[in-house]
Design a protein around this ligand. Structure first.
Ligand code: 7TS
Length: 416
C-alpha cells in the first residue's frame, strides 16, 4: 500500500531535484536567472512530459480508434490509457466519465451546450459566483442570450470569499445549473465546493466545478466532492497546451446530446439516421489531441509520484512566506485575503500601475502576470483595473520570493 496522505504531506520535496526536471527554468531573462511566477497562466513542463510527447511522434504516431495496424493500435492504447490516468487522478469511478477536451474553456462550453441548453426554458436560472474566470461566465451568458434564461451571481465578500448564505438564498426553483470555481485564479481563494455541492443537491441542482487552478495544487477527488461535472486544463498542471478534461457523472453523460458532429463520435451513419457513440467518444468528434492526452497522463503521473499532498504543503509554505514578504514592502495592498488560499497572490502598489510593475519585474528576470486575469468582474468588485499576480508551482523556491521582493523595491526606486 502507498503511504498515507499525512505522511506524504509531511515528506519534504527535493525542490532542487524537481527543478532539474524542468528545462525551461534554467535560462536567463534579461541577463538574470529566470524566476517564473506566472504558473496560473501556464506551468513549465518536466522533461518526462516533453519526452512522452516526442516519443509518440517519433515512434507511435498514428490516428486512434481506426487502424488495424501496429502504430494505430499503440496510439489507441496510449490515448485510452491516458483517459484511465485522468480518471485515477481525479478519483472518478469509471474511465467513461472522462472526456478529453482542449481545456477548461472547451469543457465548460461542452456542458453548457450538451447538458444545460436542452434543459433550459425562458426564465430558468444559472447560478455562478462573483469570482469566476471569463470562461465560466461567457458560455452561460451566450446560453442565456440564446434561450431567455437568466444568469444569477453569488456575491463575494471584501476578503474575497463567497457569501455562502446568499448562495443558498439564490438557489431557486428555477435554478438549472450551478457553476463555481474551485480555486480563484485572480484571488487564490479556495472555495468550499463540497459544502456548495451539498447545498445545491439538496435543491436538486447539478454543479459544475472549474478546477483549472485546483488540480495543479493538491488532491482533487470528484467522488468526495460529489460534483456533477469537474473541468481542468493540462497546461496549468505541467502538461501540454491544447488538452484538458471534463469529468461528468456517467448518468449525466449518458443522457447528453452531442455538441459537435464528425468522425469518431458515431456508431453508424446513414442518410436516414445517424446513431451516436456512447460517452465519452460521443463528445470527442474528429481526431483528438492524441499527443496532448499522452503528455497530460505523463504530467499527472509525475504529480502523483511527487504526492499531491506534499505539493500542496510546499506551495502553502511558499504562499504564506510570499504574502508576508510582499506585504512588508511599503505601499503594497493585497487583493483577496480569504482564510483559505492556494496558488496565487494578487496585489496592487500605491500609485503604480500593475503593468509598470510587471515590466520592471521582467527586466529583473521575474515573470509575473499583470492585468485583469480574465476575471474582470473580480477587478470591478475590488475597484481596481488590474492586479499584479505572483502564482506558484512545485518548483518555486523561497529564494525566488526574495527575488520578487527585491524586484518590488526596484519598482519603488524607479517610481520614487
Ligand atoms: N478557469 C480558471 C479558474 C482559470 O484560471 C483559467 C485560465 C481558465 C478557466 C481557462 O483555462 P483555459 O486553459 O481553457 O484557457 N486562467 C488563466 C490565468 O489566470 N492566466 O492565464 C490564463
Amino acid at each position: 500500500m502507498g503511504e498515507t496522505a499525512t505522511a506524504a504531506a509531511t515528506r519534504t520535496l527535493d525542490v532542487a531535484r524537481i527543478r532539474a526536471e524542468f528545462p525551461a527554468l534554467h535560462q536567463e531573462s534579461h541577463g538574470k536567472p529566470l524566476v517564473y511566477l506566472d504558473n496560473a497562466a501556464t506551468t513549465q513542463k518536466p522533461r518526462r512530459v516533453i519526452d512522452a510527447v516526442t516519443r509518440f511522434y517519433e515512434r507511435d504516431c498514428a490516428n486512434v480508434h481506426r487502424g488495424v495496424h501496429q502504430l494505430s493500435q499503440r496510439a489507441t492504447i496510449a490515448y485510452e490509457s491516458a483517459r484511465t490516468t485522468v480518471k485515477r487522478h481525479l478519483g472518478a469511478a469509471d474511465s467513461r466519465e472522462i472526456v478529453f477536451t482542449r481545456g477548461t474553456t472547451e469543457a465548460i462550453n461542452l456542458v453548457a451546450s450538451s447538458f444545460v441548453r436542452p434543459r433550459l426554458a425562458p426564465g430558468d436560472e444559472i447560478l455562478i459566483t462573483g469570482m469566476e474566470h471569463h470562461s465560466n461566465i461567457v458560455p452561460w451568458q451566450l446560453l442565456c442570450e440564446a434561450t431567455g434564461a437568466v444568469l444569477k451571481i453569488v456575491p463575494i465578500t471584501d476578503a474575497g470569499e463567497i457569501e455562502l448564505e446568499r448562495f443558498a438564498e439564490l438557489l431557486s426553483e428555477r435554478t438549472r445549473m450551478v457553476g463555481v470555481v474551485h480555486v480563484s485564479n485572480a484571488l487564490g481563494t479556495v472555495n468550499p465546493v463540497r459544502e456548495m455541492v451539498e447545498i445545491a443537491h439538496d435543491r436538486g441542482v447539478p454543479v459544475l466545478v472549474d478546477g483549472a487552478q485546483a488540480v495543479p495544487h493538491g488532491r482533487v477527488d470528484v467522488g468526495e466532492l460529489d460534483c456533477d461535472f469537474y473541468v481542468f486544463s493540462g497546461h496549468k498542471t505541467y502538461g501540454p497546451t491544447g488538452i484538458g478534461a471534463l469529468y461528468g457523472k456517467r448518468e449525466h453523460l449518458l443522457g447528453m446530446v452531442p455538441w459537435q458532429g464528425g468522425g469518431d463520435m458515431i456508431l453508424s451513419v446513414t442518410w436516414e439516421k445517424t446513431r451516436y457513440a456512447e460517452p465519452p467518444h460521443r463528445f470527442e468528434a474528429g481526431t483528438p489531441n492524441i499527443a496532448g492526452a499522452i503528455g497530460l497522463a505523463a504530467a499527472l503521473d509525475y504529480l502523483d509520484g511527487l504526492g499531491p499532498e506534499a505539493v500542496a504543503a510546499h506551495e502553502a509554505a511558499l504562499l504564506e512566506a510570499a504574502t508576508e514578504a510582499v506585504l512588508s514592502v511599503p505601499g503594497v495592498r493585497l487583493i483577496g485575503a480569504a482564510r483559505h488560499r492556494a496558488g496565487a497572490l494578487s496585489f496592487v502598489m500605491d500609485g503604480i500601475h500593475p503593468h509598470d510593475i510587471g515590466t520592471i519585474l521582467d527586466t529583473e528576470g521575474v515573470a509575473i502576470r499583470a492585468g485583469h486575469h480574465c476575471a474582470q468582474p473580480v477587478m470591478q468588485r475590488f475597484g481596481v483595473s488590474a492586479t499584479v499576480r505572483a502564482s506558484f508551482a512545485v518548483y518555486n523556491t523561497h529564494e525566488e520570493i526574495g527575488r520578487l521582493v527585491e524586484g518590488l523595491y526596484a519598482v519603488k526606486e524607479v517610481f520614487g
